[in-house]
Write a protein that binds this ligand. Structure first.
Ligand code: KIV
Length: 286
């Protein structure tokens, strides 16, 4: 029997993440929620693409991630997979899809893999998720954990604040990270965590840390694509460095087109289709 090998040889799977940690090579991860952005991100050489539940804030304008559904993630995931050749594609498990029972969580994670094409899933929580992570890993589902600021707990936390600032809270985060590693997670997102705490966790663990607002010591950095390219509204958190303003570029393009239409210079002859001289004669038009 010959094994099918449809992927590019340099396609990023778990071993590449492990090797990068061992050799100290930094990796990058960005979010994407549709085909064109996935293609751009993948072709730019980004190693991991997260179909994050930030789709709720960035694409659907919900204000937080709580309302995001499994179907919304799966629809986005299918498009992202079509646009991705090299990067590892990770799916967020939305709020409510891994909270009821272990069996239901496994079923939902399997849906992300079977119907969406996810190559790994990500879920939020610390020691309270250890048993679930172990079960998912036992079912051959690669898992990324997520601690620190966990946006699905926004109502419990009362806002989006840096986590692990006291010695007690920092120790708890360090312990949680270790427990999640022992449970079989292959990487762990550290969101809005003091850089010193992220550094301790990164040095402590054999698995990779993925930092967002957690300083430079993390093995992998992740950002929401729309924050990076300037396609968001309102004040940005201090860890966001905006590398371009796609929103301004789009606004200018739309205004220029609109003005051209109103001034009668779009579309011009080359941008429309004409009849042949013969047909014009038949129709008696000049
Ligand atoms: O949903 C998301 O985009 C995330 C990242 C911020 C890590 O969880």
């Amino acid at each position: 029997m010959a094994y099918l090998q449809p992927d590019k040889p340099e396609k990023v799977y778990l071993p590449a993440i492990r090797t990068a940690k061992e050799s100290g090579k930094k990796l990058v991860c960005l979010t994407a929620y549709d085909y064109p952005t996935a293609r751009i991100v993948d072709e730019a050489g980004v190693d991991m693409i997260l179909v994050g539940d930030s789709i709720g804030n960035v694409i659907h304008g919900y204000g937080n991630t709580i309302p995001v559904t499994l179907d919304e993630i799966i629809t986005a995931l299918i498009a992202v997979k079509r646009g991705t050749e090299r990067a590892m594609v990770i799916a967020d498990m939305p709020y409510g899809t891994y909270h009821v029972s272990e069996d239901e969580s496994v079923r939902n994670a399997l849906r992300l893999m079977k119907y969406g094409g996810a190559e790994a899933v990500k879920l939020e929580g610390g020691r309270n998720r250890v048993k679930l992570v172990r079960r998912l890993v036992d079912e051959e589902i690669p898992v990324i954990a997520h601690i620190g600021l966990t946006p699905q707990s926004v109502y419990k936390l009362g806002g989006y604040r840096v986590q692990g600032r006291t010695a007690e809270a920092a120790k708890r985060l360090i312990e949680d990270a270790k427990l999640l590693e022992e449970a079989g997670a292959f990487a762990i997102v550290l969101e809005l965590v003091p850089r010193e705490v992220a550094e301790i966790i990164t040095k402590d663990l054999e698995i990779s840390t993925i930092g967002i607002g957690a300083g430079a010591e993390c093995d992998i950095q992740v950002l929401v694509l729309h924050d990076l390219v300037g396609m968001t509204f309102g004040r940005q958190p201090r860890f966001v460095r905006q590398y371009s303003s796609v929103r301004d570029v789009m606004t200018a393009a739309i205004q220029n087109w609109s003005n051209d239409v109103k001034n009668g210079v779009y579309p011009n002859e080359k941008e429309s289709y004409g009849l042949t001289e013969e047909t014009k004669k038949e129709l008696e038009i000049s």
